[in-house]
Write a protein that binds this ligand. Sequence first.
Ligand code: HH2
Length: 256
Amino acid sequence: MGVVNATPDSFSDGGRYAAADEAIAHGRRLLAEGADLLDVGGESTRPGASPLEPAEELARIVPVLEALRDCGRPLSVDTRRPPVMRAAIELGVDMVNDVAGFRTQAAVDAVAGSQVACCVMHMLGDPSTMQQAPVYRDVVSEVRDWLYGRQQALQRAGVAASRIVLDPGIGFGKAMEDNLRLLRGLPALRELGFPVLVGVSRKSLIGHLTGRPVHEREAGSLAAMLAAVARGARIVRVHDVARARDALAVWQAIEG
Ligand code: HH2
């Protein structure tokens, strides 16, 4: 999954693709590099980010979704706002990626009557507060149980199990050790029976482990990605698709 951030302030590539034509060109480049799907977002969810009006979020993503919807690969929209979900579904997206995990009934209702896939991500609190001393008793079982509850809510609203993807939300309200435990614990998440999506690309976890600034975290990101794939991740959300493809090709050839 290649990341297309049509935002002025994303942590990894903030502002580089804020203009719609730049975001569209970036999406096309990621497709040419071999992305199987694109995740288009108009709101930064980096720690401390302030919330956005749905109208502003839509203004950023609609031209990008319109330009890319016939690209021949599935499109995902990265949003936690029900009006944005509905508008994106109208425009023909294939997946709604909600970093708030469809925690409100309005979000569940926004996808229930459609046929889109739903990525349910775990986040503690919201982006403005999530990194203020997060505490878990047992992070793997708490995240797993929370995701289980949210997917049940989606199924109760009529979303088929085959439409659901789960994501532990690396970096969203987690201390460094929590992130490592979650990555090690992916097999426990897989046991719920849904495909698992993991996003580690360029995150502060990689910065902590390597001492590198955001633009120098690619090697560390690839190592974390492969560790996640080895533990059962089926979709990996990455900024550098070409390098992720190379790493996966080599790893898969060896693994068989
Ligand atoms: N991470 C980010 C955003 N959306 N969605 C899912 N399902 N999983 C993730 O791990 C995930 C996500 C954060 O990365 P990025 O989009 O690069 O930054 P920002 O939120 O600042 O735009």
